[in-house]
Design a protein around this ligand. Structure first.
Ligand SMILES: [Mg+2]
Length: 309
């Protein structure tokens, strides 16, 4: 099977978006943007043995590759539209490809994004997705927008993916809920899109809250105080912290893909309403100040956030 047959067999499904003028199969794809909109694009690579275990199912790998890229688009307040896929495979394994492509198609339909092109090569298993979205000109939420006295919020809860990873590394079987948090993160697309009118800055928590919030602080040239006791935790993690008092997981664990954002105090009632409408937990965890440091009340351990190198 050559590259063209592989793409034809596994990655050439019908687009559901009339804005896709040319999809898979030409030299390049063609996509219509709405008037007065800007292209928002982000790319992320998942590598075997680094971002996922060797025995992770092709279905979970496909879902997560898409979800982590969607999460970046959500953090900008944009609407995700289409994506390209670069797939590096050690060999052509039809069972693997069948499951991977079925899951990718299902997830792309779920989140209403279309595959418009890509590339396949031979090598160690590696999945790169480049996601494209759009946003009304000037409306994107950037890391540099946090202002003194803004409140800091987190969507969902933190640390369960890291707890799952910790258990797996220690040979303990995680619960299904923990596995889902690690392998099936939910990109906060609706929330992100709504936040473009409310948030002053935003980031998705992929490498750990402490590190990702620090990106906002550095870009915005501000400091912050957050309260460890206020961090939203899932049930299993609450139990774990009760037993261990180990706050490293929600503070420095990665892979949560929740949105950490800042907003003016005046937006608090609108945010509360938004959280109710979308049925997504939104928790205030601290506030921005004029210092140049991140202070975490109730935690005096050292940082262990994910470092890429
Ligand atoms: Mg990100």
């Amino acid at each position: 099977m050559n590259e063209f047959d592989l793409i034809q067999s596994y990655f050439n499904w019908q687009s559901t978006d009339p804005n896709v003028l040319l999809g898979v199969g030409d030299d390049a794809a063609l996509f219509d943007l709405e008037p007065d909109h800007q292209l928002v694009t982000s790319t992320d690579t998942l590598v075997e043995d680094i971002h996922f275990f060797r025995d992770t199912s092709p279905s979970d790998i496909a879902y997560k590759s898409l979800a982590v890229n969607l999460s970046d688009i959500a953090a900008m307040g944009a609407v995700a539209k289409c994506f390209t896929l670069s797939l590096t495979l050690p060999k052509i394994n039809h069972d693997w490809l069948k499951e991977f492509s079925a899951s990718l198609k299902k997830a792309s339909r779920l989140y209403n994004v279309n595959l418009i092109g890509g590339d396949t090569t031979k090598g160690p298993l590696n999945i790169t997705i480049t996601m494209m979205g759009s946003i009304k000109k000037g409306k994107s939420i950037q890391r540099s927008g946090a202002r003194n006295k803004d409140d800091i919020y987190i969507s969902g809860d933190l640390g369960t993916a890291a707890l799952c990873l910790k258990k797996m590394n220690e040979g303990i079987k995680p619960s299904l809920n923990e596995l889902n948090k690690l392998n099936r993160p939910i990109p906060r697309l609706e929330l992100g899109s709504a936040l473009k009118d409310l948030a002053s800055s935003c980031i998705d928590v992929s490498d750990g809250l402490e590190q990702d919030l620090s990106h906002i602080l550095n870009s915005s040239d501000v400091g912050a105080t957050i309260d460890a006791q206020k961090l939203p935790l899932g049930e299993e993690l609450s139990q774990y912290i009760k037993e261990t008092n180990d706050w490293l997981l929600p503070l420095c664990g990665g892979d949560d893909y929740e949105l950490c954002f800042t907003a003016d105090k005046a937006s608090s009632s609108k945010l509360k309403k938004l959280s109710e409408t979308l049925n997504i937990r939104v928790t205030k965890i601290g506030s921005i100040n004029a210092s140049n440091e991140l202070k975490i009340n109730g935690y005096d351990g050292s940082s262990a956030s994910y470092k890429h190198f």
